[in-house]
Design a protein around this ligand. Structure first.
Ligand SMILES: [Zn+2]
Ligand SMILES: [Zn+2]
Ligand SMILES: [Zn+2]
Length: 258
């Protein structure tokens, strides 16, 4: 069982929003919480937004649960935002490395194995056949007569050819063009409930909450979790401590999860 962050986790289990979300994991309604793409706002977690009631709160809420060790996360995607207006409605442009135009064409590069001639596929095309422009032999079988040797691009603006285009981004909202250097890039995660805290979480609010309520109803002052000094002087953590009147008389309850 995880010891680190247990205090934070026990605090979180008391929170109604946390309970609603964890219940969805524990009941199996959610296995992994994946973000949903929205072209204006980027990724969202609609299930969490419905719980916390505010779209802007969802991420902070998930991050708190992750940092306390309740949830684990995996990198799901990276999202690109416009550096000018913050829009996530971004396209990728493959551009000419010479003049930066995105009006380029991409062709398959083919090599005739027998004579070694290499050219773009269009120059081999004769109707629905492939014929070598150099030796005029027909190429029938891929990897026997000919092989694909990558791609070859040409720029419709400056006429130059190249194999690897450069990338740029276009903001569809503000019509700004920007490059990787200026792009605002954010990690986006999918979340799962940590296997190690499943039991702790269930006990944390199925058992502790009613016991707390019972003690409070019966006139106890309750701390949960509670840190009490033992005979040795060291602090011990208990799931619940109930006080009546003076702090001398303490009832402590520790559930068998720690
Ligand atoms: Zn040939
Ligand atoms: Zn060009
Ligand atoms: Zn923009």
């Amino acid at each position: 069982m995880l010891k680190t962050g247990k205090r934070e986790r026990l605090e979180l289990y008391k929170d109604r929003n946390t309970q609603v979300l964890l219940n969805k994991f524990i009941s199996g309604e959610i296995g992994e919480l994946e973000p949903v793409y929205d072209c204006k706002l980027g990724y969202r977690y609609p299930v969490v937004e419905a719980i916390v009631g505010d779209a802007s709160e969802a991420e902070a809420f998930l991050n708190r649960l992750y940092e306390a060790g309740v949830l684990e996360r995996r990198l799901y995607d990276k999202i690109i935002y416009c550096p000018e207006c913050g829009s996530a409605n971004i396209s990728i442009r493959y551009c000419c490395p010479y003049c930066k135009s995105f009006d380029i064409t991409r062709s398959a590069l083919i090599e005739h194995v027998k004579c070694g001639y290499m050219d773009v596929e269009e120059n081999f095309r004769k109707g629905n056949k492939l014929v070598c422009p150099k030796c005029h032999e027909e190429l029938k079988k891929e990897d026997v007569d000919y092989r694909k040797a990558g791609v070859w691009c040409s720029c419709k603006d400056c006429g130059k050819s190249f194999d690897i285009p450069v990338t740029a981004h276009f903001c569809r909202d503000g019509h700004t063009v920007f490059t990787f250097e200026d792009a605002v890039i954010k990690d986006v995660y999918a979340y799962r409930l940590r296997e190690e805290v499943k039991e702790e979480a269930a006990v944390g609010w199925f058992l502790i909450a009613p016991i707390r309520d019972f003690l409070v109803e019966n006139g106890f002052e309750v701390e949960s979790p509670a840190f009490l000094k033992g005979k040795s002087g060291a602090n011990h953590m208990f799931d619940i401590a109930g006080y009546k009147g003076t702090k001398e008389k303490v009832t402590v309850i520790d559930l068998a999860t720690s």
